[in-house]
Design a protein around this ligand. Structure first.
Ligand code: GLC
Length: 559
């Protein structure tokens, strides 16, 4: 088994870049990664057993999606106890063992913190329902509008569909106040103007940092502070979900919260780190989250939202790098995660000529059949592009196997609240959360042990035998091998000080150098000639020397 120390990898001039500025982080959606006890749900001991696989893949760090006790109304993003472990996932002792073993293999481990809302099952919200003194001040409770206060306090919509407010029944049985939930009704928003909320979350950070956790991904980092007075939102602009100003999102007050979190992280040795999930209007707004006294990194979602078109990707990359550099922060590239259509499938349909809505991919492209051979070809090319870019990259479990979105999950088996809350018009995010195929010829494809007593919590396609880890492991042309090779080459050839320099190339193509490595990407319909040089990697399964076919990328070193 390979292990590697990523603590501080030297740059070209010998200085050390901190690990969080150069890492490749692997996202573990724990419910769907590996099931050790046969209940059809992935768990911590399943993840522990697969750590050697992740070491051989060659990633530097893991981000584990929420593993806390939860009613699972939103896949664990409804947290009932921030200092515990969901029994279906294991115990605190299992979590501590995982941390020990992962660190032993050289991995950093990031957890997911959910500060915008708790679960409705959280003791705080239960106390608020009982109207205990001070309890409602921790959440956003308001009287309703109109006759009998029967209308919600404002016009905000839940991210999953329907109103963002639910009316409670008071302890005496009368219709009562309304509470805000930007997501499911089972996810009441916290009131971050309340110092008690702030103190509680800083304490939760310390709880996990004290156990050796290296950092946190911050869920909905742009949502915690709401505009004073909770004014009505302007009508949504079609197709501009992420970019329209809205009183619930990206308010300036949120930054003060993160300055406090940074102090907590910096009080540890080594300092702990953060990565923000912040869907904001533009990179100028995003860069504010990664100022030197705030968070360390923030996902670059424009890259994820870019179609497979060289011109769009070129401008997204330029804009991202220059805005991050203005605040001396690294860029954080990501192609897929547990909330978006897997990129094999995004790239398998007609590409728009502009950035797409992350969830719009599900709605707009539903009618056009997916050409998954084409999608996989482009996805393989996209990973060579991603891993050649400067700074940090996140991989989402299963992308190294070339998994597509599972689009035909029967409605009655769908779990994502989006499906119900949208009135069954938006299929939701289950299609990218299907349990991983590890081995064998039929479901559960090694996800659960042979004597499992339950089927995987979402059904796996029966034709995934060729996509398992086992099937790809020893095949040099497999997507798994491409990822392993690219991660090894990235480590060998790229250092943190290698700046990106564009190379002139034909329309529909991209080319840039970093140090001695050149990355060439062809999104056009015709082949192009590559310069003389040694080809280190090519995304196509049948490479021809010095020619880059359509939908292909290559790494080369000029000879
Ligand atoms: C984030 C998570 C998503 C979750 C939502 C509410 O966007 O990534 O999965 O549904 O927050 O917590």
């Amino acid at each position: 088994m390979t292990t590697h120390d990523i603590s501080d990898r030297p740059g070209m001039s010998g200085e050390a870049a901190p690990w969080w500025k150069t890492s490749v982080v692997y996202q573990v959606y724990i419910r769907s990664f590996a099931d050790s006890d046969g209940d059809g749900v992935g768990d911590i001991n399943g993840l522990r057993a697969k750590l050697p696989y992740l070491a051989s893949l060659g990633v530097d760090a893991l981000w584990v999606n929420p593993w806390y006790p939860s009613p699972m109304e939103d896949g664990g993003y409804d947290v009932a106890d921030y200092r515990g472990i969901e029994p279906a996932f294991g115990t605190l002792a299992d979590a501590e063992e995982l941390l020990r073993e992962a660190h032993g293999l050289g991995f950093k481990v990031l957890l997911d913190i959910v500060p915008n809302h708790t679960s409705a099952a959280h003791p705080w919200f239960q106390a608020a329902l009982r109207n205990e003194p001070g309890a409602r001040e921790r959440y956003v409770f308001r009287p309703g509008r109109g006759e009998n206060a029967a209308e919600p306090p404002n016009n905000w919509q839940s991210n999953f569909g329907g109103p963002a407010w639910t009316r409670i029944t008071e302890p005496d049985g009368t219709p009562g106040e309304w509470y805000l939930h930007l997501f499911a009704p089972g996810q009441p928003d916290l009131e971050w103007g309340n110092p008690e909320v702030r103190a509680e979350f800083e304490d939760i950070l310390r709880f996990w940092f004290d156990r050796g956790v290296d950092g946190f991904r911050i869920d909905v980092a742009h949502g915690l502070s709401k505009a004073a007075g909770l004014p009505d939102a302007s009508p949504p602009v079609p197709g501009a979900h992420h970019t329209t100003a809205h009183p619930a999102w990206d308010q300036d007050e949120v930054h003060e919260i993160y300055r406090g979190w940074r102090k907590v992280a910096d009080s540890y040795d080594p300092p702990r780190i953060f990565v923000a999930e912040a869907w904001v209007a533009n990179n100028e707004r995003l860069s504010q989250y990664v100022r030197s006294d705030e968070l360390h990194t923030a996902f670059q979602f424009d890259f994820l939202r870019a179609p497979w078109r060289a011109a769009v990707m070129h401008s997204v990359i330029d804009d991202a790098i220059s805005s991050a550099r203005q605040v001396n922060a690294p860029s954080t590239w990501v192609l897929s995660n547990h909330d978006v259509v897997r990129h094999v499938t995004r790239y398998a349909r007609t590409q728009p000529d502009h950035l797409v809505e992350s969830h719009g991919a599900r709605l707009r492209w539903g009618e056009e059949p997916a050409d998954l051979t084409l999608g996989l070809k482009r996805a393989r090319a996209a990973i060579l592009l991603t891993l050649a870019l400067p700074d940090v990259a996140y991989l989402y479990q299963g992308e190294e196997l070339g998994l597509p979105e599972v689009e035909d999950i029967p409605g009655h088996l769908r779990q994502d609240p989006t499906w119900r809350q949208s009135g069954y018009t938006d299929p939701g995010r289950d299609g990218c959360r299907v349990p991983l195929p590890w081995s064998g010829q039929a479901p559960p494809f090694g996800f659960s042990p042979d004597d499992a007593h339950a089927a995987p919590w979402l059904p796996q396609p029966t034709d995934w035998a060729s996509r398992t880890v086992e099937a790809q492991e020893d095949d040099p042309d497999s997507t798994l091998s491409l990822y392993r090779d690219a991660l090894r080459l990235r480590r060998a050839h790229l250092t943190s000080t290698d700046a990106l320099e564009w190379i002139d190339s034909a329309d529909g193509t991209l080319a840039f150098s970093r140090g001695d490595l050149e990355c060439w990407v062809n999104t056009s319909n015709g082949a192009i000639d590559l310069p003389e040089g040694k080809i280190l990697a090519m995304s196509t399964q049948s490479p021809t020397q010095q020619v880059l076919p359509p939908d292909t990328s290559a790494w080369l070193v000029r000879g």
